[in-house]
Design a protein around this ligand. Structure first.
Ligand code: ADP
Ligand code: MG
Length: 278
């Protein structure tokens, strides 16, 4: 039975009343699909609601991109698992269902430059933002600089709150730049405050054994790692840089031994991973 024109008008008014512009925009196409017999009524309802959900998610994403300081959009769908076999699709898909956020667990991506650590950290952040959670992104260098600046300006507590309260904090690029002692202490306080209260995703090109050097204090780094890995998923990425995928010759010149992994190193790494992963 075709809906009468007045019934169509009524649906339009109802969607406008409910503030559902996504559904409203999709309505004519969906009704045409119903009229033409290409859509069944349940599929039409799903399409109408789906159009509104897509618009809502897109708006949430736009707002989250502004407030979270995420530098780019990267999604799991864009990630080429065939290029990076050490990344397990099931583990990443499972992380993207966001149970780790509910359980206030952390995720640490470890691996050399260009293997997709930032990509995967951002795709988790975007999934979290789309689900309506508050997200904040920064490189370790930027986060620490902002904390030091806030301390000098007498606004440290305010700045700490920005980093402590989001459901998900992304700390990118641990290990690229040296950190001052004060900076390391301020960062430690952020992690200590988030511990068991909210999830944090971190990326590093250095293994945990080098974090003492990065933070300039072995004892503090050990206490930091202890809190981070207590409830933690560790994704150890071993492979080639995606940035250099079209430069095989250049890559082999830069990493002459990378194509033949050293077995003892791999063994040692995987033992450590098992010891630290829950
Ligand atoms: P890392 O943080 O490990 O240094 P990035 O995540 O910044 O590396 O990756 C470098 C670039 O390559 C980014 O543009 C990223 O989107 C892309 N990239 C990395 N790995 C993959 C992959 N497996 N599939 C698709 N794109 C990838
Ligand atoms: Mg990176």
């Amino acid at each position: 039975m075709k809906p009468t024109p007045s019934l169509r008008e009524q649906i339009r008014t109802q969607l406008a009343d409910l503030k559902m512009p996504g559904a409203l925009e999709a309505l004519d196409g969906i009704l045409a699909g119903l009229d033409g017999g290409t859509l069944h009524p349940p599929a039409a309802m799903a399409a109408l609601l789906g159009a509104q959900i897509a618009l809502r998610n897109n708006r949430r994403l736009q707002a989250a991109m502004r407030s979270s300081r995420l530098p780019v959009v990267k999604t799991l769908a864009d990630f080429d698992f065939a290029f990076q076999p050490s990344v397990k699709r099931e583990q990443l898909e499972s992380l993207h269902t966001l149970g780790f956020l509910e359980r206030k667990e952390n995720v640490v991506f470890l691996g050399p430059p260009g293997v997709g650590k930032t990509h995967l950290a951002i795709s988790l952040a975007i999934a979290a933002a789309e689900s309506g959670r508050r997200v904040y992104y920064g490189t370790l260098g930027d986060l620490i600089a902002s904390l030091e600046e806030a301390q000098t300006a007498g606004r440290l507590m305010q700045r700490m709150k920005t980093l402590i309260f989001p459901s998900l904090l992304i700390v990118d690029e641990i290990g690229y730049l040296p950190i001052s002692r004060t900076g390391a202490m301020l960062f430690f306080q952020v992690i200590a405050r988030r511990y068991e209260h909210a999830a944090t995703v971190l990326t590093s090109n250095k293994g945990f054994e080098d974090w003492g050097e990065i933070f300039g204090d072995e004892v503090m780094a050990a206490a930091l790692i202890d809190r981070l890995v207590h409830h933690c998923h560790i994704v150890n990425i071993r492979g080639n840089s995606y940035r250099m995928r079209h430069h095989a010759e250049l890559r082999s010149a830069l990493h002459p031994r990378q194509s033949v992994p050293d077995r003892t190193t791999l063994k040692r790494r995987s033992t450590r991973q098992e010891a630290t992963a829950r």
